[in-house]
Design a protein around this ligand. Structure first.
Ligand code: NIG
Ligand code: FE
Length: 410
């Protein structure tokens, strides 16, 4: 059995055995061992302990040189399969246009959809593969990836087949989400039911038959999908065994949180726009609230009310929302830093939300997201840093020294 000992770990953090996402005060607890070792056997965490107890011998040895070892980031919300960048819209926004105005001009998601239609499955795969490997080097070990730039039967299936190929070829843990209901294609602008029928009758049966998705997502937002339309699409997906993860309350109090909670969504994501009622609704549910601070930052929107959500007892995850329109970065180190700096999450909360709770938001909480015997050895090692808090504090510097996925260095 191939084994590897990682020794001289300054701090082994995230030592949790949790069967549920962390919430409330529990989110701030990040148990660890100072001056530690970690033993990997095959692709799993086999054991760990203090350097004061003689570490076991192993086939391979890795000197952590006093760095911090954490579970690799679990990025539970991305759109990392896309065809072209959208920096011209970025410049338009700098000159004063809003996200909604850009969408109304046929930009935004529809711009990405036109790019995607011109791009072959092979080209898309190569671009997504490159992005995925860049994220792995930044410490990401699990990623959820959405469709939603196809908006036709052919385009959505093309995206989902790319994600399936990424799942097959990459060592990272990957989950696929069908987001056909990302926006209405122009030809269905006045015929919403026609597009919902296309999703229900033409897209979902093929997706189910080919096993192309784990989750169903809808952009529940004013000017996109209403709560009633969201429910219709989600129910159609659920009928094919897909669990809901919903884009909710990004730009408005869209009703997305209420629909998500009512349908027992695994997560409701974004949550820039919340009031007392929606916070209470989420807190009283098992649905995870996934916050995407880099999207709020990039769109110059108020940050998600992380403190209010945590203090109300909501289960919170953090994700990158990596996409060409509202978060052209998938760097989870930046997500963690921004959550501390702009949303006042303490470093322990941010790390838990970006690891264990992110894993739960991908139904992988029993496999990933913490340092526990038997879990997959997806871990990151930082360069020697003075403390855990130094990681978000010194934002913008890459502190990742090494990343192991399934026990193998990348
Ligand atoms: O999560 N909000 C909807 N979807 C994406 C943005 C998509 C785009 O602009 O391309 C998001 O922010
Ligand atoms: Fe998104």
């Amino acid at each position: 059995m191939p084994s590897r000992l990682i020794y001289n770990i300054g701090q082994l953090a995230g030592v949790h055995v949790a069967t549920q996402p962390l919430r409330g005060p529990g989110l701030a607890s990040l148990p660890g061992i100072d001056n530690a070792w970690l033993l990997i056997e095959d692709d799993r965490i086999a054991d760990f302990g203090s350097m004061s107890r003689t570490p076991p011998t192993a086939g391979e040895k890795t000197d952590a040189a006093g760095g911090i070892v954490l579970p690799a980031w679990c990025d539970s919300h991305t759109h990392l399969v896309f065809a072209g960048s959208r920096e011209s819209e970025f410049v338009d926004k700098l000159k004063g246009l809003s996200y909604a105005e850009i969408n109304a001009k046929g930009g935004g998601i529809l711009n990405s959809a036109r790019n995607l239609a011109r791009t072959s499955e092979e080209e898309l795969f190569v671009m997504a593969w490159t992005r995925l490997n860049e994220l792995a080097a930044l410490g990401t070990g699990a990623v959820e990836i959405k469709s939603g730039y196809g908006l036709t039967v052919e385009g959505e299936l093309k995206m989902l087949r790319v994600i399936k190929k990424l799942k097959e070829r990459s060592a990272l843990a990957i989950k696929a989400t069908f987001l056909g209901a990302h926006t209405y294609p122009p030809e269905y602008k006045e015929n919403h039911q026609g597009y919902i029928d296309l999703i229900t009758n033409e897209m979902l049966p093929v997706i189910a038959r080919e096993g192309l998705a784990d989750y169903i997502d809808v952009f529940c937002e004013k000017g996109f999908f209403s709560p009633e339309e969201t429910e219709a699409v989600v129910r159609a997906g659920m009928a094919h065994g897909l669990k809901p993860k919903i884009h909710a309350n990004q730009l408005n109090l869209s009703g997305g949180v209420e629909v998500g909670v009512a349908l027992k969504a695994l997560s409701v994501d974004h949550l820039e726009t919340m009031d007392d009622t929606t916070v209470a609704t989420l807190a009283g549910s098992t649905t995870i609230g996934t916050l995407l601070p880099t999207a709020a930052f990039f769109l110059r929107m108020p940050m998600q009310p992380a403190r209010t959500l945590i203090d109300a007892g909501c289960a919170i995850a953090l994700a990158s929302d990596f996409n060409p329109g509202s978060s052209p970065s998938g760097n989870m180190n930046l997500v963690v830093a921004m959550s501390c700096i702009q949303m006042r999450m303490v470093p322990e909360e941010a790390i838990n939300a970006a690891t264990l709770n992110g894993a739960f938001a991908m139904s992988l909480g029993d496999q990933l997201g913490s340092i526990a015997k038997g879990k997959k050895a997806n871990i990151l090692i930082t360069r020697p840093v003075p403390s855990l808090a130094y990681i978000p504090y010194s934002f913008g510097t890459n502190h990742i020294a090494q990343v192991f996925i399934n026990g193998e260095p990348i």
